[in-house]
Ligand binder design. Structure first.
Ligand code: HEC
Length: 100
């Protein structure tokens, strides 16, 4: 039993960006596919130099600036930057994903 608890903690602390659900898409009023694409891009483009950041790493009003700074490093085009931003803000708006 203790083993299971430790295992769950390890998995929870691995800190992967959360998978978007239909409820997230509905709340953000964007297609689920766009959120999924934003998450994939975040992992692919933003996970090379450091771990991919999590939506809760920044407050909603901070993300656009932070993302704009990093998009040069990650060589994002406008559409990719937009998809990542949409994903981050949609997940941040989840009731349980409050900014730290
Ligand atoms: C070419 C390497 C590189 C890539 C690609 C990259 N980063 Fe970074 N990132 C860094 C470095 C180095 C730092 C350390 C501190 C600094 O210079 O700001 C950092 C710091 C950060 C921070 C913490 C500091 C801050 O300004 O908020 C965030 C958040 C962040 N990156 C997000 C992203 C996102 C989102 C992407 C994808 C769009 C990304 N990074 C892609 C190199 C990179």
């Amino acid at each position: 039993m203790r083993f299971v608890v430790v295992l769950l903690l390890v998995v929870a602390c691995a800190g992967k960006p959360p998978v978007a659900t239909p409820a997230d898409a509905l709340r953000a009023n964007v297609p689920l596919a766009q959120l999924a694409q934003g998450r994939t891009l975040l992992i692919q483009k933003c996970g090379g130099c450091h771990k991919p950041p999590l939506p809760g790493d920044h407050a909603a009003h901070e993300w656009p600036t932070s993302l704009a700074e990093m998009s040069g490093r990650a060589k994002l085009d406008g559409a990719q930057q937009h998809a990542i931003e949409t994903y981050l803000l949609a997940m941040l708006a989840r009731p349980q994903t409050a900014a730290r």
